[in-house]
Design a protein around this ligand. Structure first.
Ligand code: AMP
Length: 182
């Protein structure tokens, strides 16, 4: 199904567990492990992503560490395209390109291999489980554009819309969120 009904969205949302005060006080953590271990929910979600993206003629799916790896690698495999990890600083073994981004306190940095995409101007989809402030995804979008230029879309399973992360990304790429919390 290319578009999900409201019932299907409600069903998927119901499988995501809220964990208060994790990883620190005041954060309501959206735990997607309870969606992953629910076979009907995980299959419905992946069927939906597969149907949506099979028309895009993608060359790669790039996933953000670490939960973006799960959805990204599963989707890439279904589409029969390559998968590229965007990782936290210091994890990738070969020559990398990096991008810093602001956290609530301090800065963090993510990296991609300089030769992550075989060839140039490949059609890339970026994916992560959740967009909150959009800082992580914006840094990942910039990295992909640095080494490849073309970024077709950024996809999130869940958008915490009240944090306006999508606005940060829209000047750089299209954005699609399967589910939204308003
Ligand atoms: P941000 O850069 O603020 O958009 O944060 C996005 C990243 O942090 C994603 O990789 C999410 O997995 C994680 N994240 C941020 N807020 C939450 C939350 N409330 N629940 C689960 N993961 C979160």
């Amino acid at each position: 199904m290319k578009t999900l009904s409201d019932e299907q969205k409600q069903f998927l949302l119901s499988t995501i567990r809220d964990v208060p005060d994790f990883p620190k006080k005041g954060i309501l953590f959206k735990d997607i492990t309870t969606l992953l271990n629910h076979k009907e929910a995980f299959t419905l979600l992946m069927d939906h992503l597969h149907e949506r993206y099979q028309e895009y003629e993608l060359d790669y799916v790039a996933g953000i560490e670490s939960r973006g790896f799960i959805f990204g690698a599963a989707l890439a495999s279904r589409l029969g395209v390559g998968f590229v990890p965007v990782r936290k600083r210091g994890k990738l073994p070969y020559t990398t390109v990096s991008e810093k981004y602001a956290l609530e306190y301090g800065v963090d940095e993510i990296e991609i291999h300089i030769d992550a995409f075989r060839g140039t101007n490949k059609k890339v989809l970026l994916i992560d489980d959740l967009i909150a402030t959009g800082g992580t995804a914006l840094a990942a979008a910039k990295l992909i554009k640095k080494v490849n230029e073309e970024l077709v879309e950024a996809c999130f399973i869940l958008d915490l819309t009240f944090l306006n992360g999508k606005e940060k990304l829209l000047p750089h790429t299209q954005v699609y969120s399967v589910l939204e919390i308003v």
